[in-house]
Design a protein around this ligand. Sequence first.
Ligand code: ADP
Length: 493
Amino acid sequence: MQVLQVSAEIYPLLKTGGLADVTGALPDALGAAGAEVRVLLPGFRAIRDGISGLRPLAEWVTPWGTRAHVLSGTWRNRGAYVIDAPALYDRGGGPYLDEHGKLHADNHRRFALLGQVAAALGSAGLDPGWRPQVVHAHDWHAALTPAYLHHPRRPHPRAATPVGCVFTVHNLAFQGVFPSATFADLGLPKSVFHIDGIEFHGQVSFIKAGLQYADRITTVSPTYAHEIQMHEQGCGLDGLLRKRRNLLSGILNGVDRAVWDPATDRAIARPYGEDRVSRKAVNKAALQRELGLATRTDALLFGIVSRLTEQKGLHLVLAALPELLERGGQLVVLGNGDASLEAAFRSAAQRHPSAVALRIGHDEALSHRVFAGTDVTLVPSRFEPCGLTQMYALAYGSLPLVHRVGGLADTVVDAALENLADDTATGFVFDRFDGAGFGAALRRAFALHARRLEWRRVQRSAMRQRFGWGAAAARYVALYRSLLHTAHDRATA
Ligand code: ADP
């Protein structure tokens, strides 16, 4: 079965969040489950530099008249397509934001092109040597793919079998919404700018295209798949998701052990495993030294590795910081994002240099050292589609303290007495998203830490968790298979 995976990011070439970890790990996992996967990516500089043997495959002229080239090359022994359009992709800043943190003004064009090329590879035979049976598009950046498959700009070759399309929502809050005037650039029929199409309160919504036209919709945890069908977390799309709920499922992300295994991790001071958890102390001391914290072995060391945004619930941490420090705790924050959150943590670090450390920026190696060196990882997100950091924290024996939502609810078991009794506890989970809820979980963490043997047992349970990509890949492959039948039935109906 041939599958084309379409995304804006891929680890390790280009990453702003969990999306890249998923799209980076899936091809190998799907390959092991029997699928032949190729990837399609926009030609950002980091991506072009990381894909070998790029050569021209086809030319593509966008509806607004930009001439782009589709290149084909190799990434980790598998086929990769890259869209060469320097005017759109080769510039400063990140993939979505410019150097000043503002959205690139032509994002609708940059990512419409991604959907156009994906659909052309799927149904128009853009690569005469290879054609996917299923196109798997990720997040709003690739969400126009199914719309273009439904409304092809070039007629399908007559003999071609239809291609199935899966759309995965990694975060419903990022939607790719643009002014109505941008619709003219997309090259889609006028009828598509409609409430039953991609129109969203008078604007163009890329993510709605994915939800509306894909044959199957997935999201990255079972609980989030339920939550987004309800008003509170539906981001205005819950009605559409309820309508299409029979096609919607949640498939939990996995942990790539080749990258996230404390026993083989080269980024950390001292590798360790479940049987050598005591070695974590070496990593803790190294992290404290690296970040200028007091090297106190007894201090309960909390870590945050996160985008610093409202979603992540970090105001709860800031509010509880006086208590955390009073109880003798320390805090490490690695992240970047909202200026106000950066400033608040910066000021805390300046006021308490031996107990609070802040590193602004994206630092992959340091993130490994934070998981390895901390005792607790804080993920108090308001909502969390899957969340990978708490899974990495589990693997590294840094007990996650999380809000009971989305993938956090699916992956962490609270250290309540009954769970401690049957050895299933792996972290701290709070229900009420407020200071009282977070504060109680924080106090549970301190209380458990005072009982060293029990703490160690919970750490071992945490490290024994295996959220493998194998299980997720098997579910994706089953989903793809079901589509082959649907597509065939459609073609022969
Ligand atoms: P999201 O996708 O919402 O950002 P996830 O928990 O799913 O959240 O994934 C976040 C990914 O980004 C994880 O791999 C995490 O380790 C990484 N990450 C977040 N912030 C940083 C940072 N400042 N430096 C390095 N890695 C980071």
